[in-house]
Design a protein around this ligand. Structure first.
Ligand code: ADP
Ligand code: MG
Length: 287
């Protein structure tokens, strides 16, 4: 039988914007000793500003337009940011044959041209000779009709409370904080260093993230549970693999909300600290 105060705990948590799907998750949450975070949209805002456009033949504006059109069906934070930077409504009738390759980017037909927008991995997959880019930021390489067309450099910002949240979690006895990302290593390290995250793994495809979580589960602090926190874009498999999956924000995809054990109602990382504290308090009352 489920002790009554579990219901009170779940109810109290939900008033604080922390939805816990069952009393067993409340208990698991109280035992968490390692937390794995996804970067984009979880610790960073996932709202990228365009910081540079470097083209080969096309005008900057044309490159941005092709990117915005090719990305028009994606709900990835990168896509939303490119739409915003483009600033005009996108005429979807100009776009067809859209393919989104998770952790790589998108390919689509725009005005009859084959447009690819994504990272190094996408360019390699398509066999396109590209110029490696050394700018600090997330790089969207572009190819048009099989030829390299330039790149757009975008940068994301850390959420205002991320550093405080990591600090508070460590103080609350969380022994290990880990960040996983599909983004490139220099960006990943910069974010992790600034936040005081213990371990960081970059350039991971969604399947690599699942593998990483599996190996972290083998090596977690003894007796403790491992949580994964993500914003939901491509994160459903990792959310279900961790001892406890926490989906963040109303922006989270339906698949993530479904796969998660705990859903945070807003994007504030301090809600993670709150969730852990509520669960412990409740467990102390029960036992
Ligand atoms: P994260 O782990 O930071 O949440 P993702 O796994 O969603 O990142 O994406 C990893 C990388 O794949 C991005 O940094 C980007 O280079 C590329 N990528 C993914 N989706 C897109 C997209 N829609 N457009 C362009 N690039 C993308
Ligand atoms: Mg993500």
């Amino acid at each position: 039988s489920i002790p009554l105060s579990f219901f009170a705990g779940i109810g109290g948590a939900s008033n604080a914007g922390v939805l816990i799907k069952g009393s067993n998750y409340l208990e698991t949450l109280s035992q968490v000793k390692a937390i794995v975070f996804d970067k984009t949209g979880t610790l960073t805002q996932g709202v990228f500003e365009v910081s540079g456009i470097h083209h080969n033949k096309l005008e900057d504006e044309k490159l941005l337009e092709l990117a915005a059109l090719a990305e028009s069906a994606s709900s990835h934070p990168i896509s939303r940011s490119l739409q915003r930077a483009y600033g005009k409504p996108v005429d979807r009738s100009r776009v067809s044959d859209i393919q989104e390759i998770s952790g790589n980017g998108v390919i689509a037909k725009v005005d009859g041209m084959e447009v690819a927008a994504g990272n190094d991995k996408l360019m390699k997959r398509l066999g396109i000779d590209f110029i490696p880019c050394h700018h600090v930021g997330t790089i969207i390489h572009m190819a048009v009709n099989g030829a390299y067309a330039g790149h757009i450099v975008i940068s994301d910002v850390i959420k205002p409370h991320s550093k405080q949240a990591i600090h508070d979690l460590h103080r609350a006895g969380i022994q290990k904080t880990i960040m996983l990302t599909g983004d490139i290593d220099p960006v990943a390290r910069q974010v992790a260093d600034e936040l005081g995250i213990d371990e960081v793994y970059s350039e991971l495809l969604p399947a690599d993230k699942v593998e990483k979580v599996e190996s972290l589960l083998q090596n977690k602090p003894s007796g403790g549970k491992l949580a994964f926190v993500g914003d939901g874009i491509n994160d459903a498999p990792v959310l279900s693999r961790a001892d406890i999956g926490i989906a963040m924000g109303a922006m989270g995809s339906d698949a993530a909300i479904e796969a998660a054990d705990v859903v945070l109602m807003d994007d504030d990382p301090l809600k993670i600290v709150k969730a852990v504290k509520i669960s412990r308090k409740c467990l102390r009352i029960v036992y």
